[in-house]
Design a protein around this ligand. Sequence first.
Ligand SMILES: [Zn+2]
Ligand SMILES: [Zn+2]
Length: 529
Amino acid sequence: MEKEELLKQGRNPIHLICPQCGSAARYDIADRVYHCALCGSDTSPGEQLDKSRQWQKLRQKKLKEDVKLSSTLLYSCPGCGAKVIVREGEALGTCSFCGGSLVRREYMGNDAFPESVIPFRISLEDAREKLKKWNRTKASLKVKRALSKHIDDLEAYYLPYQFVRGPIECSISRDMSERTYHCGSYVDEIVVNASRQLNNEVLDAAEPFDFEECRDFNFGYVADHKVKMQDIDDQELLRRSKEEVTKDCRKPIEKAMHSTGISIYADNGELERLPLLLPMYVIRKPGLDVAVNGQSGKIAVSLNETVDVNRFWFVEPLMTMLILGLIALFWSKDLELGLLTMAVVGCIVFTAFGQDRSSHPMLKVYTSDRSGKGEKQIRPVFREQTEKGTVNAEISFFPLSRIIFYTIGIILFNAMSALLAIFFQWCRDLPISDLHLLYAGLWLVISVPMTFIFWIAFLRRDIFDCPVVKQILPNGKRRRIRDEKGEANIRSFIDFFRKFEIEEFWVGMLLLGLPTLMFVMSVYLIMTG
Ligand SMILES: [Zn+2]
Ligand SMILES: [Zn+2]
């Protein structure tokens, strides 16, 4: 009975429900519909979007009428542009966000009110107590020094946000690869800060919120707490929202692509955007930004310091260099050979890894706990073009067969001189123990760097340009549909030589001759000592 009533009124679209039966609906990326597990009905994203917009329009009309009856006032700050609604009779001195003085003004037709709100669960006293306790026990000395004298300045605000949810279609390109990938994904419960004065990173760090507690907004909420209105223009809001959407879908796509070096272009066409208010306690002072989640009590503090997140880029190449150098050293028990290997490998890996390195300064934010948006990992579904049109697909770069193939190939290549010598010895019926296997190191000096060059410039790229593509059939089974391997192998081989402009005969001979010479010498010395 109650459910039917809710359906008739139109329920707040932040709670995603099936329009037929009112139970929870879930988006299916492969089928591109909202699916209800209870009654089995499907809703297209377009329908869902229409319903959302209709509901918003109705609420907006009602709120415009209500504001005339509500005993609330609107203040704005000429300094920073903040717009704040308070109940009549509340004394408002200075702007909490810039310290300027506030001016009262009339509501205007374009003052859109948010349609939804998550109410405060924690009182101001409790929030201050929480902050004090955290500052006393957990905060670093730097934070303590900055925060201690300002804790009493903590103020409660309903802050303006935009809730974003819906399906997205992404185009992805990967560094060092020419192939473009397409995939469908889904974002949910993204909230975008719609304030100009408040720091995005700090507010982000004070998330998440529990949207189960989301309610329809009415002016009764202003009686308890001040309400800050959106004060950035829609274009800026759209930009911020696109940024957050891309950030949100990035992790699962990075995982599927086996790389962080990817660029994503997300089509935001069918996303639902719903303005809402979130409960937050804030302090804003020069060099200090504090946000305390009014629902969960999570604390986020910034002292406006930045750190370079990419500052440990050298760890990977350094480890590679040391490990390979030590292997060479232990294997040959020859210090010079070990150092030489280390130097050669070092030159290659540092050049390779240092290439696309750029510094990424990020604001340092201290938080009371690490809880983030629930780890509902949404796996992207790849879309691949076939003769029969676009199909849903699963893409993998490192199937077992490939790993085995490449591992064996690399081992064989590097052990080639020793293996050949053993083979000759075996043919001549002489004991293997007579061989001087230490001289295999002579070939390794050149084969290890060659392996690296091939891996970095050729094989690695080859792998990512030619994924194993499996179509996802409607019954859930997978069918392999493509193998571009042969073609791309040739293509990247040609590219490799073109890149170094190896056209002149003698350069080619040198590149081919030196390894050959080392190889022959290595085999000879292993056999004769
Ligand atoms: Zn249903
Ligand atoms: Zn201001």
